[in-house]
Write a protein that binds this ligand. Structure first.
Ligand SMILES: [Zn+2]
Length: 255
C-alpha cells in the first residue's frame, strides 16, 4: 500500500515536471469544435495537405491551450484564439516543434488602438521585452478577408515574433538555417537600400524601414501573393521557402 502511494506520488511529480517543461504539449488535442472553426474559416488550413493539417492542428492546440489570452475591452472567444493560432500555424508549419516560447501572452483589442507611449494608432505589435503579441481583431479579420493584397497584420506580427525568437528566443533560437539566412540578409540589405533610394520595388515602401520590417512585409507577400513574388524576386522567394520550409506558390497552383 505504502509502495503504491509512493509510486502514485512519483507519477504525479513526473507529470508535473513534464508539463512544466512543455513536453506534454505534443499530447494536446484540439476539440471537434476547434477543428470545425479551422475547417470552416482558416484558408491556409483548408488548402493544406493532410500531413500539414496535422502539424497545424498541433501548433494551434499548443497556442490555444498554453498561451495566455487577454482581451482588451473584449472577451477573447475560442474562435478568435483558434483563428489567431491558425495564423501562427500558417507561418510555423514548416517548423512544427516551434511554439514561439518567448511569447507567452496575446492581447486582443476589438479594433485598432492608440499606443499610450507613442500616441500612434496600431493594428498590432510585438513586445519582446514582456513576451507579448498585441493584435487588433478587426484588422486581423480584414487581413484574411482581403487575402491577396499582401496586407495581413497577423502574419506581419507573427513574422516579427519569429524573427525575434530566432535571434533572442529562450531555448528556440537559431532554428532558421544560418546558411540561408546569410544569403537572405545580403539580398535584403540590397533591396532595403534600393527602396530607401526611391527605386521601384516589388514590396511596399514600408519594407525599407529595416531588416525586421523587410522580413515581416516579405512574409505578407509570400503568403498572399506567392506567384507574383516568385516571378518578381525568384532568389528571395526561394530563400524564404528554404527558411520557412514551405512553398505557398506550389499550394496555390494545386488548388
Ligand atoms: Zn512591423
Amino acid at each position: 500500500m505504502g509502495l503504491l502511494i509512493l509510486l502514485g506520488v512519483l507519477g504525479l511529480l513526473v507529470f508535473w515536471a513534464a508539463a512544466y517543461s512543455g513536453l506534454l504539449w505534443r499530447t494536446r488535442k484540439l476539440s471537434s469544435a476547434h477543428k470545425a472553426v479551422l475547417a470552416k474559416y482558416a484558408i491556409s488550413y483548408q488548402r493544406a495537405h493532410a500531413a500539414d493539417r496535422q502539424r497545424m492542428e498541433r501548433i494551434v492546440a499548443t497556442f490555444v491551450h498554453d498561451k495566455e489570452w487577454v482581451g482588451a475591452g473584449i472577451e477573447v472567444a475560442e474562435e478568435m484564439k483558434v483563428m489567431i493560432s491558425a495564423c501562427a500555424a500558417q507561418l510555423l508549419k514548416g517548423h512544427p516543434d516551434l511554439v514561439l516560447a518567448h511569447f507567452e501572452r496575446f492581447i486582443v483589442h476589438p479594433d485598432s488602438y492608440r499606443d499610450h507611449l507613442s500616441g500612434r494608432m496600431h493594428q498590432g505589435e510585438v513586445r519582446p521585452r514582456t513576451g507579448t503579441i498585441v493584435i487588433s481583431w478587426d484588422d486581423f479579420v480584414h487581413g484574411y478577408a482581403h487575402s491577396a493584397d499582401a496586407h495581413n497584420v497577423g502574419l506581419h506580427e507573427f513574422a516579427h515574433a519569429l524573427w525575434f525568437e530566432n535571434n533572442n528566443g529562450i531555448g528556440e533560437e537559431g532554428f532558421l538555417s544560418q546558411h540561408f539566412l546569410q544569403q537572405w540578409n545580403a539580398l535584403a540589405t540590397a533591396e532595403i537600400a534600393r527602396i530607401k533610394a526611391g527605386a521601384p520595388s516589388f514590396f511596399r515602401d514600408y519594407a525599407g524601414v529595416n531588416d525586421a520590417e523587410f522580413f515581416a512585409v516579405a512574409v505578407e507577400y509570400f503568403f498572399e501573393r506567392p506567384l507574383e513574388f516568385r516571378e518578381a524576386m525568384a532568389d528571395l522567394y526561394a530563400l524564404l521557402c528554404s527558411l520557412l520550409k514551405q512553398d505557398p506558390a506550389a499550394v496555390w497552383v494545386m488548388n
